[in-house]
Write a protein that binds this ligand. Sequence first.
Ligand code: IPD
Length: 308
Amino acid sequence: MEMFRLVRQWLLPLKSMTSKSNCAAVDLDKCYAQMNQLVDKAAKLMKEASTKMRLYDTKGNNTADLVTATDREVEQLLIKGLKEHFPNHVYIGEEGTGGAATGRKLTDAPTWIIDPIDGTTNFVHGLHYTCISVGFWLNKQPELAICCNPMIGQKFTARRNCGAYMNGVQIEASGQTDLEKSIILNELNSANFEPELMAIQMGNSQKMLEKAHALRTTGSAAMDLCLVAMGAADGYYEFYPHCWDTAAGVLLVREAGGVVIDPAGGEFDVMGRRVLAAATPQLGEQMVKLLGDMQIYHARDDEPAPTN
Ligand code: IPD
């Protein structure tokens, strides 16, 4: 027995050294397994809560930016559960359960970016287009993603270089290259419509409408990205989404063969509050060209939140 204890004592430090030299000590399989389990638990909680009357608060003095007790409960469940296994990872959650939601820089550290309920306004109104969104980033790139809409039974998953899936079945972006044959998504969310920028927002909508088959708005940025990933919509652009709205969906789109860029062209920046997703680079280019200089640049997520 004593011999066994001594051998174990000698082997344990060796084991941790080995895991440290592997993948900078991040066990992606374990991360993926834990996030799956926790999202399934959170999805049950969200679905049950959706059958009850949904009371809500508003954030700051923005009367159209809603939050419910369920947003907070789901975020707590996810972050507490993940922290038990990964205490040294970084946590960014919309409701601030893992530290300040904004004003934090994205680093190379393993980082969980979580929206407990994306599409809270839909959730409050009983419109079942809403989801839990969890993205795991490492070295400033998305590695793992889950968007789960328990209301309509859709769970989207992706791992970098392993494809994108809905309920375990592989999905692909539509492959559409022509804006004139596309469905484009954009969000008409009062919380984001600053009166002085209304002309730009509406001007862009008009330009898209004049070209595309249709312009749609779902009420959930994360679900918009899922729709592009599954080929049900061809493109999506928005100027205001936060990092927690897009952190998971961008990987889903890319793994489904689509592209995610900045609405003015160039690289997508998850902290930049600007996103454009398209089924193909050709469609992305046409969307960028159409938006032209009708662009909106908002305070970034890695800057201190504006005081209003
Ligand atoms: C919002 C939704 C909405 C989008 C906003 C998001 P929330 O997220 O995704 O569709 O227009 O930019 O902030 O507040 O419901 O989690």
